[in-house]
Write a protein that binds this ligand. Sequence first.
Ligand code: BGC
Length: 915
Amino acid sequence: MKSLRLSFFLIILSAGISGQSLYVSDLKCEHRQDPAGIDVRQPRLSWKVKGDGNSILQTAYSLRVATDPRFSASRTIWQSGKIMSDESVLQPYTGPELKSGTKYYWQVRIWDNKGRASKWSETASWETGLFSADEWKAKWIEVEDDTNRMAPAPHFRKEFSIKKPVQRATLYVTAHGLYEVTINGRKAGDQEMTPGWTSYGKRLQYQVYDVTDLVEKGNNAVGAVVGDGWYRGSLAWEDNWGIYGKRLGLLLQLRVVHTDGSETFVVTDESWRVNNDPGIRMNDLYDGFVFDATKKLTGFNLPGYNDSGWKKVISASHPYNLVASEGNPVRKIEEIKPLRIFRSPKGSLLVDMGQNMVGWVRLKVSGPRGTVITLRHAEVLDKYGEFYTENLRDADAKFTVTLAGTGEEIFEPKFTFMGFRFVEVNGFPGTLTSDNISGIVVHSDMTRTGTFESSDPLLNQLQHNIIWGQKGNFLDVPTDCPQRDERLGWTGDAQAFCRTASFNYDVAAFFTKWLKDVMLDQKPGGEVPDVIPDVLNAQDATSAQPSAGWGDVAVIAPWTMYTVYGDRRLLETQYPGMKAWVDYIRNKAGDDLIWRGGSKYGDWLFYHPPVNNHSEPDGYTDHDFIATAFYAYSASLLAKAAKELGNNEDADYYSGLFTRIKDVFINEYVTPAGRVGTNSQTSYVLALMFNLLPEELRPKAAGFLVEDIKSRRNHLSTGFLGTPFLCHVLSANGYTDVAYDLLLQKSYPSWLYPVRMGATTIWERWDGQKPDSTFQDPGMNSFNHYSYGAIGDWMYRVSAGIEAGKPGYKHIIIQPHITSKLDFSKATLDCPYGKIASGWERKEGRITLKVVIPPNTRSTIKLPVTKPEGVLENGVSIFAGKPEKSKEPDFVVIEGNRGITIERGSGEYVFEFTE
Ligand code: BGC
């Protein structure tokens, strides 16, 4: 008995020692989990360190990579050996050259500062795409006479036979247009809107799918439907269509590896057949989807289907521009059930999804053959409760089906999407119930990384609206809006929102992809077009008149991504584009250093007083002021990027340039009394944020900004460019209270005004719907525009207090800004190293701050207390066992009356103190 107990004890002990308490999780390759189809030759691997105890730091790691998930010796291609390093994010594979079309398995093990070693991690993988053009055996296929707008979607098919047992089947596919591939009746993968949207003329993505389960020994059939999408469909207003081409096409290659190692290829070529008179009568991004079920080509993707009436395809050759896809796949993410089905005062049958969403409707219906049902989509109802679509401008956003009359039929559109909360239903046979209709939410499938919550329900609704604005506008590219005849990758909106976006979701892969198009679409002189992919200069490839605050996305977004993900390669890749943009302005501004004529849009949609009330000035900011301020800002970020990349010459040059611009700026736009620009809020905000004032005038300028806010009874007057920085400037200059006044302001113009009006997403305009429920100009009035949602950044970073100290949050700063206007404010962020949390709560005059710091990071926690003596950490005085007011690292440093600063490693900490 005794020895039994002893050995039990030993087993437990050895489990601890052998490393169970230290382990690795969340393996990622190039920011993605087990990516299929990447063409990065030296992919980078990331993992999260997990383990018992506090202050864990990785001291070393070891990687192994094999073409076999069992890591057999003969198929292990690389062992890194023990690398003494605390890096656990984006570590490059440096083994032998990778092969095309191959799946690689990898594992990592780590050692930590407590002398522990982990076991090998779970196995993760990546799969390479096709590295070179000659690996494509497929030919582009097209339909001979198909060059019409909004034509039925061609259906392609091919039968093939597989003679030997299948070990693995992999599909490589792309299209001119959008595609959906089915094999033996089953869809390949679960992505939507493929191949996604890139600057098609320069690069077109293909996708790679493991279709082993879909291919059988014997007879098989592959079917593909191609829709118009961004390639041929309506795009960029005014009846524009066919911007990339008028002829749809398909390029598909199926590679079957047999158990004996031999291969069979099925590729698009002249042997394929096509039918362009199918059930999908029309599909268009703006106008919607028309489906006639009486014409549905049932079974076309099964073997044995009679395609004798189908036509031959033609083959085509196009310049090779294929790249593996690198963003987050677009998927159906969730299904929403209607909140209410009702009749409007005028009698329209309406469905309220309860949420302004992006995607489409799923309709379940039984009715006689030939019944036509039409669904229209709207974001809002007008003041009379009627369906309102004027703000969609020329986008029809209609979904029409004709029933086959075969019993219960289920319909969903494809190759399009709608931005809507309300659906108007016409022609429904029988009574429409919530069983018949639901909303399918579609967007880039990004991992949710952040949460923010406070004691104010309106503020929580604002956070909800920011999240939904991001969902709706992160559909493969960051768009301005998802509903009207626009839906473009507006650069100004993206630069304003990208930091907030990085809190809510992991957007590393999303921006890696899009930023490449930003650079590719830059013109030879460095101009950055207003929208990316650039569809507004389709006729003129050489020049585009750019705009300050928009073109700066080329610098701001890469720098932001580097800050939050620590992705140096992204910074390196984008660096030439960053520099080209600043150099473009340099040429324009010349020796004068003031960029005249550089801002087309100014501080877009800044506050204008209502016509009847001229007591307040509007928020106008001078355009050349804006252009010059952004010039300086981009030059300063470029200098930082150059320094980070070890390019000292550039770093010196551009920081010198910044200083020269600053001097000229002060001379031109700043009075000795500290008045700035046009005296607008945005004038002060940009000058303070971008460090464009003499040190001694900063307090004065901040004072004038506050004066203006107060004169407007705590209201903002900023537009797209000033708004993202407004609260940051206030809190950084000692006016946190004023920032909270603005954030919590309920009347127009403010962030909470739309919330009070029932918004479920962020509006394009501060007054999209006016207090009397009438609408702003329908020519430009989106109810789902994320730009003003950029306040989310302040909520996470300042209110709850999670800040990146070093790129990728390797060092974290926790600095909550506590206010008497809230009882609590808390946020979490799953950063590249793991979960960070910071949340404060007030109870009976005492503040409790709960902090979580992930392993393999360090943090500096700043507590807003003047007297450190009463501070408790995990229930014990922070001085317990330490010499009074110790200044040792890892303990307490007293910083005048600004609070105390504590250095901590990973762990969970609860601090209690009195403000
Ligand atoms: C878009 C904006 C964009 C702006 C440029 C609008 O049509 O919706 O969000 O940034 O144009 O001024």
